[in-house]
Write a protein that binds this ligand. Structure first.
Ligand SMILES: [Zn+2]
Length: 169
C-alpha cells in the first residue's frame, strides 16, 4: 500500500509525457485552418503528403496549385529533354518525396495568404482542476475539498458529499 503513491505518480508522469508527445506529433502532422468568413475548417494532415506522393501532378492540379504544377513539370519532365526520358526514373521519385515532405507548408502558406486563420488544436481545457475534488459548502457557498467534513470558511459541519461541484458533467 505504501508503494502505491510513488507508482501512481510515476505512471501519471509517463502519461503526461505521452500526452505531450502526442500533442506535439499531432500539431506537426495535422494543422487546421479556418475561413474567418464562413467558419469553414479544413485540415492538412500527413494524408496530404501521401496523396501528393502517389498522385503527384494530379494532386497539384486538383488542389489548383498551378505554380507547383509548372514547377513539377519543369523538374520532372525538363531534364528528360536534355538527358533523355530515362532520367524520369530519378526526377519523378525525387519530386514525389520533396512534395510529400513540403506539401503541408505549401498548403498552410496558401491558407494564410487567403486570410484563413490557423486553429491551434489541443489548446484544450485549462482544466477544471480547481473544481475537481471540490464541493460547495451548503452554508456559505464557498468551495471546499470534497473530503472535508468541516468548512474552512464558516466552520460548519459538512454532510459527507453533498453539493459536489461539477458532479453533473
Ligand atoms: Zn462554509
Amino acid at each position: 500500500m505504501a508503494s502505491a503513491a510513488p507508482t501512481d505518480r510515476g505512471r501519471t508522469t509517463v502519461l503526461g509525457a505521452t500526452a505531450r508527445l502526442d500533442a506535439a506529433t499531432r500539431t506537426s502532422m495535422a494543422r487546421t485552418f479556418e475561413n474567418p468568413i464562413n467558419r469553414h475548417q479544413e485540415t492538412i494532415s500527413s494524408s496530404d503528403g501521401l496523396a501528393v506522393f502517389f498522385l503527384g501532378l494530379l494532386y497539384l492540379i486538383f488542389e489548383g496549385l498551378w505554380n507547383h504544377v509548372f514547377i513539377w513539370l519543369l523538374i520532372v519532365i525538363g531534364p528528360a529533354f536534355v538527358f533523355g526520358p530515362i532520367v524520369i526514373i530519378i526526377t519523378l521519385p525525387s519530386v514525389a518525396i520533396a512534395y510529400a515532405l513540403g506539401i503541408q507548408e505549401i498548403l498552410a502558406g496558401r491558407y494564410l495568404r487567403n486570410g484563413w486563420r490557423e486553429v491551434i488544436a489541443g489548446g484544450a481545457s485549462p482544466s477544471s482542476s480547481s473544481a475537481d475534488g471540490m464541493k460547495l459548502c451548503p452554508y456559505c457557498a464557498e468551495e471546499v475539498k470534497a473530503a472535508a467534513s468541516m468548512c474552512k470558511h464558516c466552520q460548519s459541519d459538512l454532510p459527507p458529499s453533498a453539493g459536489l461541484v461539477g458532479e453533473s458533467t
